[in-house]
Write a protein that binds this ligand. Structure first.
Ligand SMILES: C[S@@+](CC[C@H](N)C(=O)[O-])C[C@H]1O[C@@H](n2cnc3c(N)ncnc32)[C@H](O)[C@@H]1O
Length: 274
């Protein structure tokens, strides 16, 4: 019944999704569902499962419904008001770890931290002596970042406010070894092509390029890089798939772009002092 409902709503994997949501409503793992097949559900369990299925039928992201999403092998709490971490963003973290290997206590800023997935992961992967900061303009997002940092035991200093202003202010105290960012980069013409899960549910401030200019954030970070980074410091910025072709225009000849696992140019790296 639940599979047929999600199939009618046009979901691609209705059986898998229905199993996952019913299991979540019962507080068990998906495989345990089959061991419970001959046990009738309690009325409260039926109500809980129905509620989750109706939400999914309205195309609410599964991560919001179950309340978490895995990133870099750890579970991050998410919900309405914060972007669901994407697997391709793990490439930013991989490259950051390579660049910071050998640093004793690197100073890092994550600009537009959302759920905190990048900053919290880096704080944990780099070890206790890293000085990791994260900024977001959204108070809702920062609540998740704070919860995730506490739950996962990561030391991250959070700042609420505009990312570029905060970067300038913090760098005036001491420049950073790494500035890292997955900015909002959806271009106005791309919005109609987004899945309903994204367009209808994830926060606009996390998705859409400010003032309709997809390069604005990356360009501004590149322009600031020389003054906010240590001599050997690096800037890493996630790019949208249409942006890479313009990267040398807005980032200059020193910038390199790394492909993700699907071969899509994804991460801009700039080391102004190299
Ligand atoms: C694409 S999301 C990335 C979230 C997270 N870093 C990730 O990779 O899942 C962009 C984030 O930037 C934040 N943001 C948007 N405009 C901002 C601004 N002017 N200053 C700081 N953060 C901003 C949004 O609230 C959102 O959390």
């Amino acid at each position: 019944m639940s599979t047929a409902f999600l199939e009618r709503k046009g979901l691609e994997n209705p059986r898998l999704e229905a199993d996952l949501l019913v299991a979540h409503a019962l507080g068990i793992e998906r495989l345990q569902l089959y061991m419970r097949l001959d046990q009738p559900l309690l009325a409260a369990e039926v109500d809980r499962a129905r509620d989750l299925l109706v939400r999914r039928g309205r195309r609410e992201p599964t991560a919001y419904i179950v309340g978490h999403r895995e990133f870099y092998g750890r579970d991050f709490q998410v919900g309405p008001g914060v972007l669901v971490p994407r697997p391709e963003t793990e490439l930013l973290v991989d490259r950051a770890r390579e660049l910071l290997a050998g640093y004793e206590a690197p100073r890092v800023l994550d600009v537009g931290t959302g759920s905190g997935c990048i900053a919290v992961t880096l704080a944990l992967e780099l070890g206790g002596s890293a000085d990791v900061h994260a900024v977001d303009i959204s108070a809702d997002a920062l609540e998740y970042a704070e919860k995730n940092g506490v739950r996962l035991g990561a030391a991250v200093t959070l700042h609420e406010g505009d990312g570029l202003e905060t970067l300038r202010r913090l760098a005036a105290d001491r420049p950073f070894d790494l500035v890292i960012s997955n900015p909002p980069y959806v271009e106005p013409g791309e919005a109609a092509g987004l899945d309903e899960e994204v367009r209808g549910h994830e926060p606009a401030v996390a998705l859409y390029a400010p003032e309709g200019d997809p390069d604005r954030w990356a360009r501004a970070l590149c322009e600031l890089a020389g003054s906010v980074l240590e001599d050997r410091g690096a800037l890493l910025v996630e790019l949208g798939h249409l942006q890479a072709a313009r990267a040398s225009d807005f980032a200059g000849p020193k910038a390199v772009v790394h492909d993700d696992l699907s071969g899509v140019p994804r991460v801009l790296e700039l080391r102004p002092g190299a």
